[in-house]
Design a protein around this ligand. Structure first.
Ligand code: PAF
Length: 295
């Protein structure tokens, strides 16, 4: 069998805009997967979803850009893995047509003065522990959407809050893009696939099993009929504290607005349990939706 063809590599924003505009003019649907690279099976699943949604005749575009504005001071911007050649081969294996890998200066010119801020949804969970993070995400995603003009953009639900924030941004800005959230891809023990898992030492990797264990424990309680958010949080917190160094949060929230829930309101709304922990030098996040997903 012939090896998969390498996608076209574009580094200039205007060349990206041009390539996507031509595809749309030719009647192709454009599917887009924004990433920061260090691609793994979770990302490849998003690319395959993009292909399924735009069809064989569509254009699947992937961006690979470690976006500095979404890292707070002291976070892992400098050590975030960068491996473009390997990533291009991974994109080829997933049938991607075009990869956009710009420089920081191309996306943030010296006279850049615009940031995109989504209120409400960003004021909880990671919005508290990573100040400015979501403004960085929405700013880069809005810029990428403006260049690509996708009809569909695919995000992983492992970054659940990010998916909700980007969905809200697209809605509020009347962007003509369908934002799709795809289920988390997990390791055999349930640990969510993440580019940051490679930071885990073997000992920390073993301890990281407490994250899926906490989600499973809360789900078992929910299936047994428990609907009190505080009790679901408590069981998750207990499982996380057994093996992690710090539990940043283990919170049950409204799955759509991410607003707080009381015992009474919880029975009326779909709920998400969102967790963040630190294990060694690694920060891990994960989540579990009880019942139906929001649209
Ligand atoms: O999820 C990510 O990898 C990033 O936050 C994104 C969406 C590519 C924006 O930089």
């Amino acid at each position: 069998m012939a090896p998969p063809t390498e996608p076209r590599l574009v580094t200039d924003p205007e060349a990206l805009r041009d390539a996507c505009a031509r595809a749309r003019q030719a009647g192709q649907r454009v599917g887009f997967v924004p990433t920061m690279g260090a691609l793994h099976e979770g990302h490849l699943t998003l690319m395959r979803e993009a292909r399924a949604r735009v069809g064989d005749g569509g254009l699947v575009a992937v961006s690979i850009f470690v976006n500095p504005t979404q890292f707070a001071a002291g976070e892992d911007l400098a050590r975030y893995p960068r491996e473009l050649d390997a990533d291009l081969a991974r994109c080829a294996s997933a049938g991607v047509d075009l990869v956009f890998a710009p420089t920081v200066d191309a996306m943030y010119p010296a006279d850049d003065a615009t940031r995109v801020h989504v209120g409400g949804l960003t004021e909880a969970l990671d919005g508290i522990f990573r100040p400015g993070h979501f403004d960085g995400v929405t700013t880069i995603v809005a810029r990428l959407f403006a260049l690509v003009g996708p009809s569909v953009a695919i995000f992983g639900r492992k970054d659940y809050q990010q998916w909700r924030v980007v969905t809200r941004m697209a809605r509020d800005l009347f962007l003509p893009v369908e934002v799709v959230g795809v289920a988390t891809v997990r390791e055999a023990d349930g640990l969510a696939r993440s580019s940051r898992n490679r930071y885990l030492t073997p000992e920390a990797r073993e301890r990281a099993g407490c994250v899926p264990a906490a989600l499973r424990a809360a789900d078992a309680l929910w299936r047994a009929g428990e609907r009190d958010p505080r009790r679901l949080e408590a069981v998750a917190h207990a499982a996380l504290s057994r093996a992690s160094d710090t539990v940043e949060y283990a919170e049950v929230r409204d799955a759509e607005s991410l607003g707080p829930l009381t015992r009474e309101s919880a029975s009326l709304r779909p709920m998400v349990l969102a967790v963040a922990v630190r294990i060694g030098t690694t920060r891990l996040i994960d989540n579990h939706v009880f019942g139906d997903l929001p649209p």
